[in-house]
Ligand binder design. Structure first.
Ligand SMILES: [Zn+2]
Length: 292
């Protein structure tokens, strides 16, 4: 770790929020510190790529308790799952009348949409304010951190939109998903793309700038598909998607040259969108065998 990062850590008084534990999926510590633009801009950590599963994670990374606190304390600022790919894109994979668990359901946008189409939707939510909101909208809510909360039902479909990256242990999360899915059940999960061209070039200190204490993994199509394959899932579809101008604007906070910025945004949205360098991707995977 370089001196500037050490100083930043010290100034943040954040040492106790961090751990030098290994990979969030396989718990192994061997891997390479990535010599990437993201590493150069990250504030207090390096990006490490696990030699076994290819997962990229901040090193050091935040502790389980820090992650939990972050989401417990978060006041319902996110009014919608703005960064979830439009539900209709994967609706064709979800059978009518499916029983669905939406993990990190937020304000229930996806759930409401699916309910209107005849599905039964339960929610898992760590934040109390959001859990109460979801209950007021008629959802059955399992409140607590996904790895810890007791759920004794089985589902046809489990949705995790922008959730896996915030969990301390990807292994525990996937074990739980496997346990809760019926045979041939579907996992639909969307992630921030570490290989995004925006993450690599434009966004000033991200990934991780806004959520430095909330993220424990950074996924690529390669690593997520590899992990799901090892866990007995068959990948049915990977969808890449563009991000809107306004999301760039609010999340990045650097548009000193609005016209140039708009032009770049146009290029990114219309030419690079839906390629493997776009900002977000969703994987649709079917559980069809034992892991290994
Ligand atoms: Zn690993």
């Amino acid at each position: 770790m370089n001196k500037a990062k050490e100083v930043f850590l010290y100034e943040m008084n954040s040492i106790d929020k961090l751990t030098y534990k290994g990979c969030p999926y396989c718990d192994k510590t061997d891997g390479e510190i990535m010599d990437s633009p993201q590493t150069a801009r990250a504030f207090f950590y390096d990006f490490k790529k696990c030699s076994h599963c290819s997962l990229i994670y901040p090193f050091p990374r935040v502790t389980k308790e820090t992650l939990r606190q972050y989401f417990l304390l978060m006041v319902g600022a996110v009014k919608q799952k703005a960064i979830m790919p439009k539900v209709y894109k994967f609706l064709k994979y979800i059978g009518p009348n499916s029983k669905i668990l939406d993990v990190g359901a937020g304000h229930g946008e996806a759930g409401n949409y699916l309910k209107k189409r005849g599905c039964e939707v339960d929610a898992a939510e760590v934040n109390h304010g959001r859990a109460e909101y979801l209950r007021s909208k008629g959802f059955k809510v399992y409140e607590g951190a996904f790895e810890d909360v007791e759920i004794d039902e089985k589902y046809d479909v489990i949705i995790l939109s922008q959730v896996l990256m915030h969990l301390f242990s990807i292994k525990e999360a996937i074990l739980k998903i496997r346990k809760l899915l019926k045979d041939n059940g579907l996992l639909i999960t969307s992630q921030m793309n570490f290989n995004s061209i925006v993450q690599q070039t434009v966004r000033s200190a991200s990934p991780g700038r806004l959520n430095a204490f909330s993220i424990s993994s950074y996924f690529t199509k390669e690593s997520l598909c590899k992990i799901l394959h090892m866990e007995g899932f068959k990948i049915k579809k990977v969808i890449f998607r563009k991000m809107s101008f306004f999301q760039y604007f609010f999340l990045s906070g650097y548009p000193k040259f609005p016209l140039l910025f708009r032009f770049m945004d146009y290029v990114i949205k219309n030419i690079l969108a839906y390629t493997e360098t776009s900002d977000y991707f969703t994987v649709i995977a079917k559980l069809d065998r034992k892991p290994g």
